[in-house]
Design a binder for this molecule. Structure first.
Ligand code: C5P
Length: 216
């Protein structure tokens, strides 16, 4: 096969990015983190003083978004850990409801994926961005487990947060992502739904590899 596209969608803390990164490495193909794009653009717009309710089209048109060797660049500047905080997560979700933002990023994501084989993670990859993806996976996990995972991730990065804070942020974000009118978070009709609660990363990876080998 010359090109393979694998879509991995799911809510926050479902294990998407961990699994997608490892899967890409295992298959020796590229990894695209679309959540990072929404985070970076929201962070940038906020820094420029914009709120989601304003007309963003002109600013978005000027914005240069590049993706090179797994790194994301906004106007030539490499995006780093500053986009990983829970606040930027919420901000990303607020801007991700806006049609002009989604149109711009969806277009960029499709263009990037034309250039090779990718594991792409996000919320609307199987449903909107790559409806013709070769394999679609939708990861879920119990709310409690997702909160615990996110809490651990933040602690490892040295970011202080309580269970309650993370739980509240996650609930709000999931609710907003699932209920928005454009490209809401939901499994594609032809997605394989995997509940990762109580499963190790290795187990989930193996399950996905099995699905891929049956499909491709
Ligand atoms: O995956 P991550 O938590 O980094 O995504 C941050 C936010 O970006 C999500 O809560 C969602 O609102 C938005 N997003 C999206 N579509 C995607 C990826 C992320 O709307 N494909």
């Amino acid at each position: 096969i010359d090109q393979i596209l694998i879509a991995i969608d799911g809510p926050a803390g479902s294990g998407k990015s961990t699994i997608a990164k490892l899967l890409a490495k295992k298959l020796r193909i590229n990894y695209l983190d679309t959540g990072a794009m929404y985070r970076a653009v929201a962070y940038y717009l906020k820094m420029k003083g914009y709120s989601p309710s304003e007309d963003l089209s002109e600013e978005l048109e000027k914005l240069k978004i590049d993706y090179k060797d797994g790194d994301l660049y906004i106007n030539g500047i490499k995006v780093g850990e500053e986009i990983r905080s829970p606040e930027v997560g919420k901000l990303a979700s607020d801007f991700a409801k806006i049609q002009t933002v989604r149109e711009r990023l969806t277009k960029i994501q499709r263009t990037i994926c034309e250039k090779g084989s990718f594991v792409v993670d996000g919320r609307d990859i199987g449903t909107v961005v790559l409806p013709h993806a070769d394999v679609k996976i939708f990861l879920t996990a119990s709310f409690e487990e997702r909160v615990k995972r996110r809490l651990k991730e933040l602690q490892e990065k040295g970011i202080q947060a309580t269970y309650e804070q993370v739980a509240q942020e996650m609930m709000q974000r999931d609710e907003q992502d699932s209920s928005r009118s454009i490209a809401p978070l939901k499994p594609a009709q032809d997605a394989f739904i995997i509940d990762t609660t109580g499963k190790t990363v290795e187990e989930v990876l193996n399950q996905i590899c099995e699905i891929i080998s049956r499909r491709v």
